[in-house]
Design a protein around this ligand. Structure first.
Ligand SMILES: Nc1ncnc2c1ncn2[C@@H]1O[C@H](COP(=O)(O)OP(=O)(O)OP(=O)(O)O)[C@@H](O)[C@H]1O
Length: 239
C-alpha cells in the first residue's frame, strides 16, 4: 500500500496541503513552501516504479527540457524512505474541463480561434523540441488569470521517433479539443435527436469542417504545423 501524505506532513521542505488527484501512476498533492508559494508534488506509485522504473520518470525528464511559461516548470525530484517522485510549479487558474462542465461556459467563435492559435503555438514548441504530448485534453489545459494557456500532465508525452510516437496524434487531439469547445454552444433541436457525427451536428462552415477533419486525418492530412497555422488564419479572417 502506498503511503498517502496527510495535510501538514513534509516532502523536501514542502508542506502538504491536500491530495488533488490520484491516478494509476501516482498521487498528486498540492503543497507549499515556507513562504506559502504553492507547488504540485507527484508521488509515483510503488508498483509503477517497480514495473516501469524508467517510464515513470519520462514526465519529469520531458518537463525539465521545456523551459517556457506554457508548461509547468520542474522544480526537483525527491526520494525519501519509501516514496519517490517530483515537484513542479503550481499553475493557478481554471482548466477547460472546469470551464465547460462546471461553469457551463459558452465559447464564441472568436474565442475558439484564439484558443486554437495558442494551442498551436504550444504544439509548435513541443514539436520543435521533438516532443509529442499525446494527451491534449480539456482537463490538461489551464487558463491563467492573464488568459495565457498552460499545458500540464506530461505523463503520456514521449520523444518523437516517427515510428510509434508521431506528432500527428497531437493534431488529432487539437481537433477533438476544439470540437468540445464548439459543442458548448450547441443545443439539440429536439429531445429525440438522431445520432449524427459532430461534423453534421455542429454549425460549422465548410472551412472549419475541413480544418477539423483534416486535423483528424479524415479528409487529407496536415504535413506540418505551418499548414495548420495558415488554414486557421484563413478561417479566423472570415468572421
Ligand atoms: N502543475 C500543475 N498546476 C496546477 N494543477 C495541476 C498541475 N499538475 C496537475 N494539476 C492538477 O492536479 C490534478 C491531478 O493531476 P494529473 O491529471 O496530472 O494526475 P492524475 O490524477 O493522475 O490524472 P490522470 O490519471 O487523468 O492523468 C488535476 O486536477 C490537475 O488539474
Amino acid at each position: 500500500m502506498d503511503k498517502h501524505y496527510e495535510r501538514g506532513e513534509q516532502i523536501n521542505n514542502y508542506t502538504i496541503i491536500k491530495i488533488i488527484g490520484e491516478g494509476r501512476y501516482g498521487i498528486v498533492y498540492l503543497a507549499q513552501d515556507k513562504d506559502l508559494n504553492k507547488v504540485v508534488i507527484k508521488q509515483l506509485k510503488e508498483d509503477m516504479l517497480e514495473k516501469y522504473p524508467k517510464k515513470v520518470f519520462y514526465e519529469a525528464n520531458i518537463m525539465q527540457n521545456l523551459n517556457n511559461p506554457q508548461f509547468p516548470k520542474l522544480i526537483s525530484t525527491f526520494k525519501n524512505n519509501n516514496t519517490q517522485g517530483y515537484i513542479m510549479e503550481y499553475i493557478e487558474g481554471n482548466n477547460f474541463e472546469d470551464l465547460v462542465v462546471r461553469h457551463e461556459y459558452e465559447f464564441s467563435r472568436k474565442e475558439i480561434y484564439t484558443i486554437a492559435n495558442q494551442l498551436i503555438s504550444i504544439m509548435k514548441i513541443l514539436h520543435e523540441n521533438n516532443i509529442v504530448h499525446r494527451d491534449i485534453r480539456l482537463p490538461n489545459v489551464i487558463v491563467r488569470k492573464n488568459g495565457e494557456l498552460v499545458l500540464i500532465d506530461f505523463g503520456l508525452a514521449r520523444y518523437i521517433d516517427n515510428k510509434r510516437y508521431l506528432k500527428e496524434i497531437d493534431y488529432w487531439y487539437l481537433s477533438d479539443f476544439l470540437i468540445h469547445l464548439y459543442y458548448t454552444s450547441y443545443y439539440p433541436e429536439s429531445e429525440i435527436d438522431e445520432e449524427k457525427p459532430w461534423f453534421e451536428e455542429l454549425d460549422l462552415n465548410q472551412y472549419e469542417r475541413t480544418f477539423l477533419k483534416k486535423l483528424m486525418g479524415m479528409d487529407g492530412e496536415y504535413n506540418n504545423i505551418e499548414e495548420i497555422e495558415n488554414d486557421l488564419k484563413i478561417i479566423s479572417s472570415l468572421i
